[in-house]
Write a protein that binds this ligand. Structure first.
Ligand code: NAI
Ligand code: ISE
Length: 335
């Protein structure tokens, strides 16, 4: 069976996922797409045979569309996800599931009312081979009880539309999900520290930021978010346990020896860094949709738990203080 997919938002990652569904993974085809920039949508589906429709609602309610991919801007995600649930269609939503915990809560309520899980969230690091090795080793007790984790998330630059709250909502949300998943624990409290800002940023942006997370079990995590680091894209994660440490491997690059230097290139964006993870993430989602099974990937609870934490991080960014997340236990529906 070929799953017929409709895509909402055909910017950078929407176009990437259309290419991925069309050329890299099996079992699905894109049949419809939309973007508020119609020309962009037309360009993204060129050669695929997919139709360009006027709005997200048209894509979601289109009779040919069996599953929906939401790749619009973060604040627009919740509305599309809720509409897909109302139609009873499986929906893959890029991170963040919602930019507020309140919107994410509405999604949990809608899924509960529907009676089965329909949502997968694009936390693709759970499909990255390096992160998976870390999780397995931690679960097997290789490093003993985790006590701390150190994470780094750096981008060379960001556009002017990127604002200070996005450091949590759009960027660190990946680390929030990754540490919840690696340590198999929830985040109970957070604090944001703001070092001296880099001069190489738009005036409105607080960059870099250091985010401190406290897990329910007592482990502590620090996350450096630096989105104007200039030199490249870098993701780091090290977990320190009672009996050892484990560190995320880097993607190997060819070693160049020239003019007295030994060097390796630094990746410039997430596209190459997580290509294998994105492919594995989509193949798993398509296979589960085709089989009519609820997703085993990150679900709406994971999106909600992340939104609770990013809400708390935003509050701490402005107050400077420690903010409790108030996270509750994962409901059995999302076990
Ligand atoms: P982008 O700005 O390149 O593309 C977003 C597109 O959505 C634009 O073309 C815009 O016109 C369209 N759009 C916005 N609201 C819409 C609506 N209501 N209906 C139809 N189209 C709408 O942004 P980008 O980088 O592609 O990011 C999109 C989403 O994907 C964001 O939530 C971002 O956080 C996430 N993302 C996830 C990544 C990952 O590693 N998992 C990597 C990059 C982005
Ligand atoms: C982008 O929005 C993503 O989600 C990437 O995975 C992330 O690492 C990058 O820093 C963001 O710009």
């Amino acid at each position: 069976m070929t799953v017929k997919v409709g895509v909402i938002g055909t910017g950078w990652i929407g176009a990437e996922h259309i290419r991925r569904i069309t050329a890299s993974v099996g079992g699905a085809e894109v049949v419809a797409a939309t973007d508020i920039d119609v020309d962009r949508a037309a360009g993204a589906v060129e050669g695929t045979g997919a139709r360009v429709l006027p709005t997200g609602t048209d894509v979601i309610t289109d009779p040919e569309v069996e599953a929906v991919v939401v790749t619009s801007w973060g604040p627009a995600h919740a509305e599309s996800v809720l509409a897909a649930i109302a139609e009873g269609k499986p929906v893959f939503c890029e991170k963040p599931l919602a930019t507020t915990a309140e919107d994410a809560r509405r999604i949990l309520d809608a899924e509960a009312a529907h009676g089965s899980r329909l949502v997968q969230v694009g936390f693709m690091r759970r499909f990255d081979p390096g992160y998976r090795q870390m999780r397995e080793a931690i679960a097997e007790g290789t490093i003993g009880t985790p006590l701390m984790a150190h994470c780094v998330h750096r981008n060379p630059t960001v556009p002017e539309s990127y604002h200070s709250e996005m450091a949590a909502q759009d960027t660190a949300v990946h680390e929030v999900d990754a540490v919840r998943w690696l340590l198999d624990d929830e985040i109970s409290a957070v604090q944001v520290l703001t070092p001296r800002p880099t001069a190489r940023r738009f005036e409105h942006l607080r960059d870099p930021q250091i985010m401190l997370l406290e897990m329910t079990g007592g482990a502590r995590v620090d996350v450096e978010v630096f989105v104007n680091c200039q030199y490249g894209y870098e993701i780091g994660c090290e977990v320190v346990g009672e009996e050892g440490t484990i560190r995320l491997p880097e993607i190997p690059g060819a070693v160049v020896r020239s003019a007295g230097w030994r060097s390796t290139p630094v990746l410039q964006d997430w596209v190459k860094r997580f290509a294998a993870a994105f492919d594995a993430e989509f193949q798993a989602w398509i296979d589960e949709v085709a089989a009519g099974r609820p997703t085993t990937g990150p679900n709406a609870w994971d999106g909600y738990a992340a939104a609770i934490v990013t809400d708390a991080l935003v509050r701490s960014l402005y107050s400077g203080g420690v903010v409790e997340t108030g996270i509750k236990e994962r409901p059995a529906f999302y076990a």
